[in-house]
Design a protein around this ligand. Sequence first.
Ligand code: NAD
Length: 248
Amino acid sequence: MVEGKVAIVTGGTRGIGFTIVREFLKNGAKVALAGSRQETVDAALAKLAEEGFTDNVMGIAPALTDPDSVAAAFASVVDRFGRLDVLCNNAGVSSRTPLVDYTLEEFNKVMSINVTAVFVCTQAAARIMIEQGEGGAIVNTSSMVGKYGQPSGFAYPTSKFAVNGLTLSLARELAKHKIRVNAVAPGVTHTDMVDALPDSVIKPLIESIPLGRMGEPEDIACACLYLASDMSSYVSGAVLPVDGLSRP
Ligand code: NAD
């Protein structure tokens, strides 16, 4: 579905991002996975090599909120693979702290990685795509809580509302360059984080999902694959729920 396309996936070292990287590779893309540290990037590359993915994948570890660091890392991807077609802004941090305990530091951390990094990376990618003159696709990982809010840890849903706003606005701004900007909005997805929760939390949660199961990282990755591919060439400014019909 993305044969010959070059993609960058932030937060590509584990969880949903790692699965996006794998699905893109399986579907013929060349992929740069971005992680926060070189060690985790190397570990992810080693895991992919075990699965037979070696030639078409590389790792980068820019500071996602530093425009110079991001520009240099993205330039290294263009140096290696010759172009850039797709950016998945997937890196993100969650939070569950109640308002009265929230520190400014925690608020800034969530906003910085979940919003500022999306701006910085999208700007760097768009500059490359505009110069190429052949369009492109930006796919942001939002969340169902970016539509409904959540009862604690308000900065996280706040940041995902911002991701949706950025998605809708930049879709309009970049349309003239044939750059499409979309987002996926996962519901509860089966990653390490969720595995760590006790059964007493997980069971009622699953029971509340109309499709009767938690999302798997592949569910989200397939939606990203669609939005990155030419199959969605007439879709922009969409926030696609991938949540088993969870509507709290
Ligand atoms: P995860 O914690 O397994 O992965 C998060 C990724 O973001 C990691 O690769 C991590 O290295 C990267 N990251 C975090 N902080 C970073 C930083 N400062 N610099 C660079 N990279 C950083 O989580 P996940 O569940 O795979 O989440 C991926 C995305 O999906 C996030 O945007 C998250 O908000 C969103 N999401 C997840 C769920 C879920 O239930 N798992 C639901 C809705 C949305």
